[in-house]
Design a protein around this ligand. Structure first.
Ligand code: ATP
Ligand code: MG
Length: 460
């Protein structure tokens, strides 16, 4: 049991089991203190520790923030939360608010938006409409974009609710491939069609028509024009996490077959980090399927940024000071890694709101974009070995164009210019994970120019 936590009461209640498993997750993550978790999860220490106290069901948002901060399986915990909420006959707990967790924030911070965040998801209307239009015409769509561009968010909070509203009788499944894509796919199918994942996986493994067959069987009882919308987010995990070449090929072939077979009943959407584009081209079927099916998630226009900033505030009864709005739009327009920073800054500013107003002062008190970046950079850096710290600095310098009498600016470099030894890859992964740099198709770039100005180490 992590240090300092009150032992759970004895008993076998569902809430106690839930709390116990949350605690175990924290232990597995190396027993970070609740203060550390709070920093990552954007909830108070009290809200997070109460979530694992076993007295009442925490809100979905707090649970998922806890799980995310402990590197747990968010999809699995989300499923668990819903089934527990049903079991406890408490359907609207998420809205009811948790005494410790203040009211539900209008912004989500560094997390991706989930389907239940649709009511506070703005700025991607055009993109979500494009996705809907493409899916009406074709059964396979691949959504590419730089790391942190907002792919997961538009799939979950943009596409899923729209599709659900337009096609209320059609099932939707979403999963991330992880190290065992076939197993994840079987679990996702079991969730929508019923049955147990084991036999479904055996059927998937049988041949490349496995997924195609299972979807047809699963929909056998429903109207002829019903289809399954199958979303595979973080598709790049089939290259980064799945170690089994055979499983990777079978998975990819099965997906493409299910989408493209003449009598197929499946629409498939992949969310892929653009820097894995070349990996995809090693698979003939995928190359063919990708020919006319790509959508790119780019940065938001100033108008879209305005919507993303003001709409969630308005809907929760707040307003955004004009000066703050102007500053945010100016600072974030055209920045490839801008959205995570925006989302983080907005949440912190909301926490410091004056009455019902998000103010420029509040934004500055939260450290603005600069401080957030500098603090994140420093905390990643101090945890690296001296060799990796040196590599980090070298990399950052290569990503900076020194100004001649003007401010230094960021400079994009080609990924293949970098070594691909273990240490460089490790450093790159950490910096991308912390949203400090962004990877696009074949390039590497600092997420936001402000990092160059605000991180003192770069000038040491
Ligand atoms: N419409 C939006 N409004 C405000 N913030 C957004 C929006 N879309 C995404 N974000 C924020 O941007 C960040 C990155 O979003 P998301 O995780 O969806 O990106 P991604 O492209 O899936 O990233 P990755 O490449 O790591 O998978 C998150 O902090 C999210 O809250
Ligand atoms: Mg994502």
């Amino acid at each position: 049991m992590p240090r300092g936590e009150r032992p759970l009461d004895a008993g076998d209640g569902v809430l106690l089991r839930f709390a116990h498993d949350l605690r175990q997750l924290r232990q597995k993550a190396g027993s970070p203190t609740y203060r550390v978790l709070a920093g990552q999860a954007h909830y108070s220490v009290a809200a997070l520790s109460e979530a694992a106290a076993g007295r009442k069901l925490p809100t979905l948002a707090v649970t998922l923030a806890y799980v995310r901060a402990c590197d747990g399986d968010v999809t699995e915990w989300e499923r668990r939360w819903h089934s527990l909420a049903t079991e406890l006959s408490a359907p609207d707990l998420d809205q009811a608010g948790d005494t410790d967790a203040e009211q539900r924030p209008p912004y989500v911070g560094l997390a991706a938006f989930q389907a239940e965040d649709a009511d506070r998801f703005f700025g991607r209307e055009r993109l979500a409409d494009d996705l809907m239009a493409r899916l009406a015409k074709q059964p396979f769509v691949a959504v590419f974009g730089a790391s942190g561009a907002g792919k997961s968010s538009v799939l979950r909070a943009g596409l899923i609710p729209r599709w659900g509203a337009e096609h209320p009788t059609e099932p939707i499944a979403l999963f991330t491939p992880g190290p065992n894509p076939m197993e994840e796919c079987a679990i996702a199918l079991a969730r929508v069609f019923g049955g147990t994942p084991g036999p479904l996986q055996a059927e998937l493994d049988r041949d490349r028509r496995g997924l195609h067959r299972l979807v047809r069987q699963g929909l056998a009882e429903s109207a002829d024009d019903n289809r399954l919308l199958l979303i595979v987010d973080q598709f790049e995990e089939v290259f980064t996490l799945c170690r089994d070449d055979g499983e990777r090929s079978r998975f990819i072939q099965g997906l493409v077959m299910a989408a493209r077979a003449a009598n197929g009943r499946c629409r498939i959407v992949l969310g892929i980090r653009a820097d894995f584009y070349t990996h995809c081209t090693a698979f003939v079927e995928l190359v063919e399927a990708l020919q006319d099916s790509q959508i790119t998630v780019g940065s938001m226009t100033p108008e879209e940024l305005r919507l993303a900033i003001t709409k969630p505030a308005t809907l929760s009864g707040c307003t955004v000071e004009t000066a703050l709005l102007a500053q945010l739009v100016a600072q974030l327009t055209g920045q490839i890694g801008g959205l995570p920073l925006l989302s983080h800054a907005l949440l912190e500013t909301w926490r410091r709101r004056r009455g019902n107003t998000l103010t420029l002062t509040g934004f500055q008190a939260a450290g603005g974009i600069e401080d957030a970046l500098a603090q994140t950079a420093e905390s990643v850096y101090t945890r690296l070995s001296p060799r990796r710290q040196r590599l980090t600095k070298d990399l950052m310098l290569r990503l900076t164009a020194l100004g001649d009498g003007t401010e230094d600016t960021k400079r994009r470099i080609i990924r293949s210019e970098l070594d691909d030894d273990t240490d460089t890859t490790f450093v790159l992964d950490r910096l991308v994970g912390a949203r400090l740099i962004a990877l696009d198709r074949d390039s590497v770039e600092i997420s936001h120019e402000a990092l160059i100005r605000s991180w003192p180490r770069l000038r040491e």
